[in-house]
Write a protein that binds this ligand. Sequence first.
Ligand SMILES: Nc1ncnc2c1ncn2[C@@H]1O[C@H](COP(=O)(O)OP(=O)(O)OP(=O)(O)O)[C@@H](O)[C@H]1O
Ligand SMILES: Nc1ncnc2c1ncn2[C@@H]1O[C@H](COP(=O)(O)OP(=O)(O)OP(=O)(O)O)[C@@H](O)[C@H]1O
Ligand SMILES: [Mg+2]
Ligand SMILES: [Mg+2]
Lengths: 227, 227
Amino acid sequence: VIELHDIWKVYGIGDVKVEAVRGVSLRIDEGEFVAIMGPSGSGKSTLMHLLGCLDVPTSGTYRLAGQEVGDLGEVALATIRNRRVGFVFQQFHLLANLTALKNVELPLVYAGMPAAKREAKAREALASVGLGERLHHRPNELSGGQSQRVAIARALVTEPDLVLADEPTGNLASDQTEEVLSIFARLHDEGRTIVVITHEPDVAEWASRTVHIRDGVIYGEERRDNP
Amino acid sequence: VIELHDIWKVYGIGDVKVEAVRGVSLRIDEGEFVAIMGPSGSGKSTLMHLLGCLDVPTSGTYRLAGQEVGDLGEVALATIRNRRVGFVFQQFHLLANLTALKNVELPLVYAGMPAAKREAKAREALASVGLGERLHHRPNELSGGQSQRVAIARALVTEPDLVLADEPTGNLASDQTEEVLSIFARLHDEGRTIVVITHEPDVAEWASRTVHIRDGVIYGEERRDNP
Ligand SMILES: Nc1ncnc2c1ncn2[C@@H]1O[C@H](COP(=O)(O)OP(=O)(O)OP(=O)(O)O)[C@@H](O)[C@H]1O
Ligand SMILES: Nc1ncnc2c1ncn2[C@@H]1O[C@H](COP(=O)(O)OP(=O)(O)OP(=O)(O)O)[C@@H](O)[C@H]1O
Ligand SMILES: [Mg+2]
Ligand SMILES: [Mg+2]
């Protein structure tokens, strides 16, 4: 269970302050599929970085599975990030000097998995996003949509309890979008928690709840019975 | 006028060859607004890099305003790229150590425009995409959609005859998408040539012609009377 309470994130540039997230409270139950929508610059990615323990809030409390994240040390946070959370970044952040296969293996290297098993799992994850033919390409030898799918495979390869995906279908046409979303739906059916940022209503349809954010404030949400 | 005739682009990775563009012939008239659609990995970005003289075809001929591009030297190509073509890259390619304002000024620096005039034009271009408040942010201090809009402003600041935009609205919600597309429509009304890659049918609606590509081959197109 995720529980954010009165979370603020303020960036300081010189004497100018940017309030990216302003007093957000949000509860996400285990096994929920939630979409976050909002205009460009409204605080979606900032909120997701906080959810994934990639950044710390300026103020407010964040409890993950009952534990206060602010009280955790760096080692505990790194374990949460590496073992329990799969993150699809909006700009992919693939390592330019590694092949698609090695990029996807990387989280398993940190988790200490033996090489042969690691490679088999990475191949499986890449095949599931339709990239079995591009294993040895580096990011500059992949198209935009292919790079995005490598980033998705990397997020899923550790079979995390919580998947945080930031515009995961932004570079994909409708049939490949369906492929990715049905992977998320399958993970959701297995009981994992999925949070997807999107500006496309067709994508939000797959979630059971959509949260709307604007200027750093959650101003509304809607639920769906049978996504 | 753009005239591509039997253009191929083949990448070689070890003994594996990837045929990204396979025998494409395409004519784009001056002042036309054309959309290119196709699945991920189908050759859209590769085709656009060839159109913008950022890459050279493996074989085939390309004539731009009657001149055979293959016969031009590096200086003439650089002048075409800098003065006549505005390019919005799919992954933005902003310079990480420059502010939004300086990123947008850069093409005008290459064109030798004086500093005061350069800055005024860059401010105007950023304001036109709704970023008047983020001039001094560097790319890592901007959201995904904001970075995309900086990339759009940079492509337009030299008032090029030809605008090539690769998924320019991929990170934007519907109202900001409309803002960007109405800028392109205004440029089109001024007689400039616009080529937009998109996977969103709503975006292709703005063009007078949509070209469909799959596996490196153009397999169809449709025209619209009143986009
Ligand atoms: N430098 C390269 N070396 C080898 N293969 C490449 C290289 N660049 C691109 N490719 C391959 O060429 C094909 C076409 O890539 P391109 O980037 O043109 O696709 P695209 O239609 O723009 O896709 P997307 O919608 O995902 O951006 C892809 O299969 C890609 O893997
Ligand atoms: N490091 C930073 N320093 C200063 N301001 C920042 C920083 N990172 C983000 N911002 C600002 O915080 C606000 C929220 O950014 P965020 O990336 O969360 O938006 P977003 O909703 O994800 O937008 P998009 O849909 O364009 O990706 C933006 O106005 C942005 O300019
Ligand atoms: Mg974002
Ligand atoms: Mg592309």
